[in-house]
Design a protein around this ligand. Structure first.
Ligand code: PEP
Length: 248
């Protein structure tokens, strides 16, 4: 049985003061959630989040990490550095990293290896652009992105979390319908099952304009095991509503 995970992606938002308010409001409203809850924050704030969330049910994560282990890579942050701050999750291959920083499938696969070696659960993001969807390429694109990660990680693939995030739905207010999302999730599940007998335990999250109004129907789909939430994770009441939807 897969327990649901709701992970917030704060992207490049926050300040010491705003983070404190947001985290305390979430922690206060959360009680004892019956799903897993995490916030993926700008790395500079990991120490703060660790301090504020240490005795709460909120886990924390980073939004990216280096594909290198150590050394002359100015500006990079390694998996073991993240581990020093109690990080449980790290987003890998978010479409904004692929799009604005030219991240390749191979780099994403290496980051997944490094994260797993450091004991951090990578949340591997895959998803097609609008042009790719309209050209009927959705399956090809997401399968190619996931295949690179499977190829590099062998049986360890059962330790990852996957997030299907159609690029056209991220930050646009356009959500994939529950049926559209379920179709892709089921396909990804089959691909994972072909790679590992343990794949049944891999959580596949949906991400892309998830909000309190659409969360219930998305999360009711059999292969949607939670959400990766951007904009709505910056408002405590919206984030809490999505967590409540996942706890039903
Ligand atoms: C994201 O950035 O991962 C995301 C899903 O953003 P939003 O919820 O704002 O579409």
């Amino acid at each position: 049985m897969r327990s649901k995970l709701i992970a917030g992606n704060w992207k490049m938002n926050g300040s010491l003061a705003a983070n404190q308010d947001l985290l305390l409001a979430i922690a206060q409203g959360l009680g004892t959630p019956s799903c897993n809850v995490a916030v993926c924050v700008p790395s500079l704030y990991l120490a703060q989040v660790q301090h504020v969330c240490a005795s709460s049910p909120i886990a924390w994560g980073a939004q990216d990490m280096s594909c290198f282990e150590i050394g002359a890579y100015t500006g990079e942050i390694s998996a073991s550095m993240l581990r020093d701050f109690g990080v449980r999750y790290v987003l890998v291959g978010h479409s904004e990293r692929r799009q604005y920083h030219g991240e390749t499938d191979e780099q994403v696969a290496t980051k997944v290896q490094r994260a797993l070696a450091a004991g951090i659960t990578p949340i591997v993001c895959v998803g097609e652009t609008l042009a790719q969807r309209e050209a009927g390429l959705t399956a090809d694109v997401v399968k190619r992105q996931l295949a690179a990660v499977i190829h590099a990680n062998g049986h360890c693939i059962s330790e990852v979390v996957v997030a299907y995030e159609p690029v056209w739905a991220i930050g646009t207010g356009k959500t994939a319908s529950p049926e559209q999302a379920q179709e892709v999730h089921a396909m990804l599940r089959l691909q994972l099952l072909a790679a590992s007998k343990q794949a049944d335990r891999i959580s596949i999250l949906y991400g892309g304009s998830m909000n309190p109004a659409n969360a219930v129907s998305l999360l009711a789909q059999p292969d949607i095991d939670g959400g990766l939430v951007g904009g709505a994770s910056l408002k405590a009441n919206e984030f809490l509503s999505i967590v409540a939807a996942a706890s039903q």
